[in-house]
Design a protein around this ligand. Structure first.
Ligand SMILES: Cc1cc2nc3c(=O)[nH]c(=O)nc-3n(C[C@H](O)[C@H](O)[C@H](O)COP(=O)(O)O)c2cc1C
Length: 240
């Protein structure tokens, strides 16, 4: 019987596990449950620009994708793979969904707060996410110029927008991995893969990018490669 863990127990117990048990039963519905938890994660502007593509062991794509994870055992022995895909390309429909949600769920008279929220998804988000030739440079120049006079967000170029979308996908991935551990299963995040070939195999649209691929299963003890190593916390956690 699988025992559920509390938050700190799950954080402590989670390791990247590279070899998964092939014998014991794997409850694929737990992956769905943990992904449902993952999508509750904080994400930039609530744009939810991601997909989580489930590739269970029964899928004809599981073997080929595992091979394209450079044959890593964390992928070949995984009972299910989750391909975390960023969807920067969906910004218009996500902005529209947020706009319409705010509009329809607002109670009371239209006021400044509502106008601001609608302006956020109607104007600011399109300014940040739109793509025209030279637009990235123009945004950076505007940010630089405004920033000379007052505090200003600097991460406005196309690269920073992509990073922001990946940040949100990575946060959701973390929630997923902790939820899996709390549910008695193990995971291994992987960026060691041929993203170009996997994108083609999954027929991903241009503009979609693979953030990471997560191998899932019941870990075997030999799947944990060594004791956990961390730099002393004084070097990582600073206070000013
Ligand atoms: C974005 C990311 C990519 C990773 N890619 C790989 C990978 O391709 N193969 C692998 O074996 N481990 C991979 N790892 C796992 C790390 O090596 C592991 O998290 C780190 O060594 C710390 O160990 P722990 O997760 O057991 O605490 C990745 C981790 C992250 C967060």
């Amino acid at each position: 019987m699988i025992q559920e863990l509390g938050f700190f127990e799950a954080v402590e117990a989670r390791r990247s596990v590279r070899i998964f048990d092939q014998e014991s039963e794997f409850d694929h519905s737990v992956v769905q449950k943990c992904l449902e938890a993952a999508i509750l994660s904080p994400n930039s502007s609530n744009m939810q620009l991601y997909n989580f593509i489930r590739v269970p062991e029964s899928s004809p794509l599981k073997g080929p994708i595992a091979k394209l994870c450079m044959g890593q055992k964390a992928a070949t022995t995984a009972r299910e793979l989750v391909v975390v895909v960023t969807r920067r390309d969906l910004w218009k429909s996500r902005a529209k969904a947020n706009f319409e949600y705010i509009q329809s769920s607002y109670e009371g008279k239209p006021d400044k707060k509502l106008k601001q929220a609608l302006g956020y998804y109607g104007k600011l988000v399109p300014t940040l996410y739109s793509k025209y030739p030279g637009w990235s440079l123009i945004k950076k120049l505007i940010s630089f110029t405004v920033g000379l006079k007052r505090p200003m967000v600097r991460e406005v170029g196309e690269t920073e927008v992509r990073i922001s979308v990946h940040k949100s996908a990575a946060l959701a991935s973390m929630t997923f991995m902790l939820a899996m551990k709390a549910s008695g299963y193990d995971t291994c995040p992987m960026e060691g893969h041929d993203s170009k070939r996997i994108s083609k195999l999954l027929n991903l649209p241009s503009g979609a990018e693979i953030c990471m691929i997560i191998g899932c299963g019941k870990g075997l003890p030999e799947g944990v490669y060594g004791k956990r190593f961390r730099i002393p916390s004084e070097e990582l956690i600073l206070e000013v």
